[in-house]
Write a protein that binds this ligand. Structure first.
Ligand code: ZN
Length: 336
């Protein structure tokens, strides 16, 4: 069954940033950033299977305690991903509390924490309620170009960008689905069989249209070709449902290196959630604080050719004037 991503901002754009993505058909959700989570209903927090932390400034990480409080007592393994130092940070958070009564809880809560450094190296550790959240080291391995989570239906990729400290931007992608019309296969006189798998694999590989695919016919009475061109088969029997892509970018200096990384990550996204912290009139301030202006956010969205732009993380200095930030970003996105 195809996934259906339902992304919503956790808070108003002037409050702590955060993105909640409900995976509707999987009874689970992904959460990007752990700022103030008070507006997420308990049932929504309970659905969270994986959390992606951009960096550990308080407005992005203070909600860890709220999540811990809500999940405690439930049988659950929570994946937590973030930049270097995350494992120590989670350990410190957990060590701040007294766990002498935790054995009485029915469910065991486990944190599987993975951090990624600027060279793309992944390190993991586990904290289980059964052992009073004692740290247990996992392994270290090289990531496949920033890939943090890879499942049959979706993947989450990151890139490390500069915010004075390493900051992670994330892309959540649904994998494309290749469907074969059985009735059209049969209408062509072809047989349903293992050759369809080779056909799908060749399509996923991006093989050229003139590549020949061995086929099986239902009726061998007349001489028929043993193979047909991939392009013809694609046209006749295949339907591709392209996967959706959602990108989340906050706290980011507008440097050449960051721009290049964000454009690569966000290219063609269905929705780009991106900070628009300052007005362009305050670009000097944005540069000093290593944040984006609205115009820069909109420009990135246009250059990355995203389909939809959603801005967030507005500076409180513009309270009551949020529409100006949104408008400036929109103008840059649409107009150039
Ligand atoms: Zn921030």
């Amino acid at each position: 069954m195809p996934l259906h991503f339902d992304p919503t901002l956790v808070n108003d754009p002037f409050d702590d940033p955060g993105l909640y993505v409900d995976l509707v058909f999987e009874w689970r959700a992904l959460l990007f950033d752990l700022g103030d989570l008070a507006r997420l209903a308990p049932r929504k927090l309970l659905r969270v299977s994986d959390v992606f932390v951009t960096h550990r400034h308080m407005d992005h990480f203070a909600g860890f305690d709220q999540l811990l409080r809500r999940l405690l007592g439930w049988e659950k393994i929570l994946g937590v991903y973030g930049p270097t130092g995350l494992i120590d940070a989670v350990e410190h958070k957990l060590k701040a509390y007294t766990w002498n009564l935790i054995e009485r809880f029915d469910g065991n809560l486990v944190f599987l924490v993975t951090e990624i450094d600027e060279a793309g190296c992944l390190t993991s550790a586990q904290f289980s309620g059964r052992t009073r959240f004692e740290r247990s080291e996992g392994g270290t391995r090289q990531s496949d170009e920033g890939l943090l989570l890879k499942e049959p239906g979706l993947q989450v990729r990151t890139t490390v960008i500069d915010h004075g400290v390493p900051m992670l931007a994330f892309a959540l992608e649904e994998r494309a689905q290749i469907n074969v019309w059985r009735n059209k296969v049969e209408a062509m006189g072809l047989a349903i069989g293992p050759w369809l798998r080779a056909f799908k694999e060749a399509t996923l590989r991006g093989a050229p249209d003139d590549a020949l695919i061995d086929v099986a016919w239902r009726d061998q009475q007349f001489e028929k070709p043993a193979a047909l061109p991939l392009g013809l088969l694609k046209k006749e029997i295949m339907k591709i449902t392209s996967g959706r892509k959602i990108v989340y970018v906050v706290d980011c200096a507008f440097t050449d290196a960051n721009v290049e990384k964000i454009l690569r990550l966000a290219k063609g996204a269905d929705i780009l959630f991106i900070e628009a912290t300052f007005l362009e009139a305050d670009a000097a301030l944005a540069e000093m604080r290593r944040h984006l202006t609205s115009r820069q956010a909109g420009t990135l969205a246009r250059l990355a050719r995203v389909k939809r732009l959603v801005t967030l993380h507005y500076s409180p200095r513009y309270k009551g004037h949020g529409h100006q930030l949104a408008q400036e970003a929109r103008d840059a996105f649409l107009g150039g």
